[in-house]
Write a protein that binds this ligand. Structure first.
Ligand code: SF4
Length: 346
C-alpha cells in the first residue's frame, strides 16, 4: 500500500499563512507518513510541528480548539478527504490517496456479480480517484453503474462510517453496492444503511467479500441492545467532546424523552467512550451516547447497553408505544457538525 499525503497543499498553506507553529493530527494508519511530513516541513521551513496523539478515527476528530493552547496558528487534519476543505478557525483538511488499482479485483468479481444488472459504487477517502475507472470497467462488462452525488460534506460516492447519504439516494435504483477498498467497517455501514447486498472489492487480496453476515450480526446486536436498555432505570447520556460530533441538542432531547418516560438520567461528557471508562459507573444501568454511532454498533465489548442515536430513537419509540422500525436504515446515523461552524473573521 502506498498512501501519499498531498504535500503540495501543505507547502502551499505554509507559504500563504506563515504559521509560527503547526498542529497536526491523523488516523492511526497514517501516523508514519505524517511524522515523515513533519520532519520535511521542519527542515524546509524551520516551523515547529506538533502531532496531537489522541485517537483520530474520522473527520469529526479535528483538533481546532487545541491550536491556540499549543501556541500554533495552523492545524492540518490529514487523510479524511471531503468536500469540506476548512474546519473551525485554523484547520485545513489535507488529502491522502492510495495509488492501488482495482482492475484486477474488478475483473475477478465480474462473474460473481453477473446475477445483478444495476450496481452502485461507494468508497472512502483514499480510493475516490478509482471510482471512475471502476465504473467504466463495469459498464464495459455490461452493468449499469451508479455513482452518488457530492454533497456539503462528502465527495461523490464517498461514505464515512456514519454518513451514507451519497449512496443512499441510489439505493432504490440499484440491486447491489460494490465498496472499493479493504474497509469492512465502511462496507458493513453501507449494507446496514441501504439494506442492499454490499460487496467489498479488496484490491490487495484481490477478492470480493459479501458483507451480509457481518451486517446481520451488527443489526441483531443493535436491536438486542435496545431491548436490553428498555428495562434500565438509570441512564447515562453521554455527549462526545470531539469537535465534529458534539451533539448537545440531541443529548438534551434524548434525556428529556427518557425522563418523561420515568427514567433517571445522569448527563456525562467524554472524549473517548471505552468499556473501561464506562465500567466505573456501576449505578448506571444503560448508556446512550450521541458521539460516534460506530462505538455502539461495532462495540462488542461493553458489558451494559451503550446505544447510538438511531438506537436511542428506537428506544424512545418503544417507550412511547411505537413499533420498532429498521432504525439503521437511514442516510446518516449522526449529523456531523464538521464544516458547519463559520470561521471567525480575520
Ligand atoms: S462519527 Fe462518523 S466520521 Fe466520526 S469516527 Fe464515527 S463514523 Fe467516523
Amino acid at each position: 500500500m502506498t498512501v501519499k499525503i498531498d504535500t503540495e497543499r501543505v507547502f502551499d498553506l505554509i507559504e500563504k499563512k506563515h504559521p509560527a507553529r503547526i498542529v497536526l493530527n491523523a488516523p492511526g494508519g497514517l501516523l508514519r507518513q505524517t511524522m515523515d511530513l513533519m520532519q520535511v516541513v521542519e527542515k524546509k521551513y524551520g516551523v515547529q510541528c506538533v502531532l496531537v496523539g489522541d485517537t483520530c478515527f474520522g473527520i469529526c476528530d479535528t483538533v481546532d480548539k487545541e491550536v491556540e493552547k499549543l501556541g500554533a496558528s495552523l492545524a492540518l487534519h490529514i487523510g479524511h478527504n471531503a468536500s469540506v476543505q476548512e474546519v473551525g478557525d485554523y484547520t485545513y483538511l489535507v488529502d491522502a490517496k492510495d495509488d492501488v488499482k482495482f482492475d484486477s479485483v474488478v475483473q475477478r468479481s465480474i462473474p460473481l456479480l453477473s446475477k445483478y444488472k444495476r450496481l452502485g459504487l461507494a468508497t472512502f477517502s483514499q480510493h475516490l480517484d478509482e471510482l471512475e475507472p471502476v465504473k467504466k470497467q463495469l459498464e464495459d462488462a455490461g452493468f449499469e453503474v451508479y455513482l452518488g452525488r457530492k454533497n456539503n460534506l462528502l465527495l461523490g460516492s464517498q461514505t464515512f462510517g456514519c454518513d451514507f447519504s451519497t449512496v443512499f439516494e441510489n439505493a432504490e435504483k440499484v440491486e447491489a453496492f460494490c465498496y472499493l477498498g479493504q474497509s469492512e467497517f465502511h462496507a458493513v455501514g453501507v449494507a446496514l444503511a441501504t439494506g442492499k447486498p454490499t460487496y467489498l472489492l479488496d484490491p490487495y487480496l484481490e477478492e470480493m467479500r459479501d458483507m451480509k453476515e457481518e451486517a446481520e450480526e451488527r443489526q441483531k446486536r443493535a436491536i438486542l441492545g435496545v431491548y436490553k436498555a428498555l428495562d434500565a432505570r438509570v441512564f447515562g447520556v453521554i455527549t462526545g467532546l470531539k469537535e465534529g460530533q458534539m451533539m448537545i441538542a440531541r443529548s438534551k432531547w434524548i434525556s428529556n424523552r427518557l425522563q418523561a418516560n420515568g427514567k433517571k438520567v445522569i448527563q456525562l461528557a467524554m472524549r473517548d467512550i471505552t468499556p473501561d471508562r464506562l465500567a466505573q459507573y456501576i449505578h448506571i444501568e444503560a448508556f446512550v451516547q450521541t458521539a460516534c454511532p460506530r462505538i455502539s454498533i461495532d462495540g462488542f465489548t461493553f458489558s451494559k447497553p451503550v446505544l447510538s442515536i438511531p438506537q436511542a430513537d428506537a428506544l424512545v419509540g418503544l417507550l412511547e408505544g411505537r413499533e420498532m422500525k429498521d432504525f439503521l436504515h437511514r442516510p446518516k446515523w449522526i449529523e456531523l457538525t464538521v464544516g458547519q461552524i463559520p470561521r471567525r473573521a480575520g
